[in-house]
Ligand binder design. Structure first.
Ligand SMILES: C[S@@+](CC[C@H](N)C(=O)[O-])C[C@H]1O[C@@H](n2cnc3c(N)ncnc32)[C@H](O)[C@@H]1O
Length: 244
């Protein structure tokens, strides 16, 4: 998909293996093996450049102070995004990563211990079905200051959830909105959705999210059209609903 085919506002994908917990359990089980064998921390999803741009955006828009912000990384995988934030000065004990794969949590905790960053919290949690705790001793009870998603909404949208009354791609933005404090931010990077599509799905009265800004990535041209391989979009949680 490119930025030029934003005409479809609601995009649904056919279920794929990438949307199953079994797939991610297998991925992180293998990565745990490599980590213990050769200290390989695993994949940097979307690459170092995208990760750095997300960190730069955070530094500019939600900068670290000695006791803030509280940051939640949804679908944390090997925890690479949080380790990047920790390295640039975000307080470790206010960083939390959740993932529905317990193997991801095991891997992220092992890497954290190896990096001397064990104060970062990693918890197993399915964002669609569990309520990610405003982990006691974390956040001030108002919600998170910043929620991060790097590739997780992509995976969620490829899942098949017969028990849900609405598509996961509609429920997810509501769940994320509920986790943020008023004025809190969501920064989401996707390879399956353009910025226009992400905005259509996330800017709803139920999520109370409003477009804030975007991060520019390298563009490519193909067949006379120009687009980007990934989109990174930021939203702010509003006090009142902004759109229908
Ligand atoms: C593409 S990977 C990205 C991992 C990580 N964010 C990164 O940048 O390396 C997608 C992640 O989402 C997690 N995930 C998928 N569905 C989830 C759900 N319903 N709740 C929590 N985590 C989920 C997967 O286990 C996987 O770690």
């Amino acid at each position: 998909m490119t930025d030029t085919d934003a005409s479809s506002s609601l995009v649904d994908f056919n279920p794929s293996r990438l949307g199953t917990k079994e797939h991610w359990d297998g991925v992180y089980q293998r990565e745990i093996g490599s980590f213990h064998e050769i200290a390989d921390e695993g994949e940097v999803w979307f690459g170092e450049d995208v990760l750095q741009k997300m960190i730069d955006w955070a530094l500019e828009n939600v900068p670290p102070t000695p006791d803030s912000p509280y940051i939640l990384d949804i679908g944390t995988g090997n925890g690479v995004t949080l380790f990047g934030l920790a390295e640039v000065g975000y307080p470790l004990d206010q960083l939390c990563g959740i993932d529905y794969s317990n193997h991801s949590v095991e891997l992220a905790r092992a890497i954290a211990a190896n990096r001397g960053m064990s104060q970062i919290t990693f918890k197993q949690c399915d964002i669609l079905f569990d309520t990610p705790a405003h982990l006691e001793n974390m956040s001030d009870g108002q919600g998170w200051d910043l929620v991060l998603d790097k590739g997780t909404f992509d995976a969620v949208s490829l899942g098949q959830y017969e028990q849900l009354e609405q598509p996961a791609s509609r429920l997810y933005p509501i769940k994320v909105g509920a986790l943020l404090k008023e004025g809190g931010m969501l920064l989401i990077t996707s390879c399956n959705f353009t910025e226009a599509e992400i905005r259509n799905l996330f800017e709803t009265s139920a999520s109370r999210l409003q477009f804030h800004s975007h991060v520019k990535h390298r563009t490519f041209s193909f067949g006379g059209q120009t687009g980007t391989v990934v989109s990174t979009t930021a939203f702010v949680k509003t006090t009142v609903s902004s759109s229908a």
